[in-house]
Design a protein around this ligand. Sequence first.
Ligand code: ADP
Ligand code: MG
Length: 247
Amino acid sequence: MAASGTELIEIKGLHKSFGDNHVLRDIDFAVGEGEVVCLIGPSGSGKSTLLRCVNLLERPDGGAVIVRGENLADPDCHLDAARRHVGMVFQQFNLFPHLSVLENCTVAQKTVLGRKTAEADRIARANLERVGLTEKAAAYPAQISGGQQQRVAIARALSMDPMLMLFDEPTSALDPELVGDVLTVMRDLAEEGMTMLVVTHEMAFAREVADRVVFMDGGVVVEQGTPDNVIGNPRHERTRAFLRRVL
Ligand code: ADP
Ligand code: MG
């Protein structure tokens, strides 16, 4: 969980607009190798857009997103290569409904990474075991709970050997009783040393698991620091106002 000192992602002076809506304004922060950074802030503050710039679902308009020394904002950057080792887990799990749990975890391994079926199956099963769903390999998404579907989405992302995992409100669409199992899987991943950038409203999770918390509002980073500082003892009134609403 502790940062090793090497930055895996550096975001410098990042800008993004949609038409005249200036959504990200000069964003700066870094995520070190093995670090867990939680991104918090009100709805509409630009958190999802920021994550989407990190895996190039959106092209930044200015600034740099440097992943392992390569600037993704550079028009010459090879998008597929850059994206291949970034896992993303969304609020809506986005599983393929017509594929089994196992197949959901193998299809991209085969099509993107070129793995043979036997190898892809072995890796998928190992990751399903990691998220506690070995016995659901043959089930279809509609046959399992939302929390189980989200854990499959995590296993699917892990099966691509990501160097970095992005989570965008992974528990927001879940019934409250299903949230805990997903957070437990994420906590385990953090403890295993996975580098993670997590957008979440789960303040208890952020407080316990994050090495650093970044608070965004209105497209800017208002403050960042340790969870004890940002959540426990925020310096800015905007942070305090947000925390009063969510805690
Ligand atoms: P958050 O995830 O913090 O709720 P978002 O990044 O989703 O915030 O949205 C920030 C702003 O960007 C909002 O005003 C939203 O309407 C706008 N926005 C996000 N995605 C798009 C898009 N693809 N096209 C146009 N506007 C967008
Ligand atoms: Mg969002």
